[in-house]
Design a binder for this molecule. Structure first.
Ligand code: 6V0
Length: 304
């Protein structure tokens, strides 16, 4: 079997927690850490290497862009984190210019891997990466609403006293303020979720605003997103065909085209193999369009 390699670009809170999660779960043979702050990457690599006697044989090092050569997955979490009170869209211009540089470097050394984008606003950064790279859309994946869906499932599970892994429920659309819950399809063992409208509203609000709550409390969010990124990497490396709500390019999805957004997709070794066309309600369709329009306006505003 050939060796697997994952490169993490940007080892701040999200990148280093993701790398550590991949290490703990022994997901890959080789793990490369790259950051504009070289000392952070070097320090993280040394620290993680000292944990290897308790783990397995993963090779971890602080690398350069040349190390993107042969990587199966390149995770990009470089950027600036949301500040308290700052919307994800405010980050956009700062992060686009960072991505310009990062993508130029990555593409010198890798042309057939999968790019997994986490930097915010993730749908726009994924769209930008696709546009810049001209790679097939299936190989440019945004973390999308996978984290939001996990938050949603957790909160529903808490309300029902049911293991969140047994709750099937989706958040789709923008990873951000215009995302929407698909209550019409939410279920436990095929049974619709029977809670009051007030409870539904509260659960969705807490899902949508979770990042603000966590950032206000401790400055950044990183544990759950690291697990979400690990989940996507696993689906790719093991060719699982898992249904995950990642951000992908939509074409005539309930009438939405030419925008990256989070929707349930089948993810395997090719990346996004297929987008699942869900039977959503008319109201949900309207909200989906609203979310798509918001993202398209942003794309136009920075003339991509
Ligand atoms: P952070 O802790 O500031 O880390 C960012 C890292 O990127 C730092 O170590 C920087 O040195 C590094 N960096 C900056 N510019 C470059 C560059 N040109 N090349 C390489 N490295 C660079 O931020 P944090 O880790 O908290 O967040 C990273 C990004 O993830 C932000 O855009 C967040 O908004 C986003 N998140 C996305 C989530 C999602 O669900 N998709 C969830 C949480 C955070």
């Amino acid at each position: 079997m050939s060796k697997t390699k994952i490169v993490v670009i940007g080892v701040g809170a999200v990148g280093s927690t993701t790398a550590y999660t991949l290490l703990l779960r022994e997901r890959t043979d080789e793990l490369v850490l790259i950051d504009a702050n070289e000392n952070k990457a070097i320090g993280d690599a040394i620290d993680m290497n000292h944990g290897l006697p308790f783990l397995g044989k993963t090779k971890v090092w602080a690398g350069t862009y040349e190390d993107c050569r042969g990587a199966n997955i390149i995770i990009i979490t470089a950027g600036t984190a949301q500040k308290p009170g700052e919307s994800r869209t405010d980050l956009l211009k700062r992060n686009i210019s960072i991505f310009e540089g990062v993508m130029d470097e990555v593409m010198k050394y890798n042309t057939d891997g999968i790019l997994l984008i986490a930097s915010n606003p993730v749908d726009i950064m994924s769209y930008f990466s696709w546009k810049k790279s001209q790679w097939p859309v299936n190989r440019i994946i945004g973390s999308g609403t996978l984290l939001d869906s996990a938050r949603f499932r957790y909160l529903i599970g808490e309300r029902l006293h049911i293991d969140s892994r047994s709750v099937h429920a989706h958040i789709i659309g923008e990873h951000g303020d215009s995302e929407l819950p698909l209550w019409s399809l939410a279920n436990v063992a095929g049974t619709p979720i029977d809670i009051s409208d007030e409870d539904k509203e509260e659960i969705f609000t807490n899902t949508r605003d979770a990042a603000y709550q966590i950032i206000n409390a401790k400055g950044a969010t990183y544990y759950a997103i690291a697990l979400a990124l690990d989940r996507i990497c696993t689906a790719i490396l093991r060719d699982e065909g898992s249904v995950l709500n990642v951000s992908t390019m939509l074409q005539n999805y309930h009438g939405v085209s030419d925008v990256y957004m989070g929707v349930p997709c089948i993810v395997d070794a090719q990346g996004v193999r297929e987008v699942l066309n869900l039977d959503i309600s008319e109201h949900e369709r309207e909200l989906l369009h609203r979310s798509a329009n918001k993202l398209k306006e942003l794309i136009t505003s920075i003339s991509m």
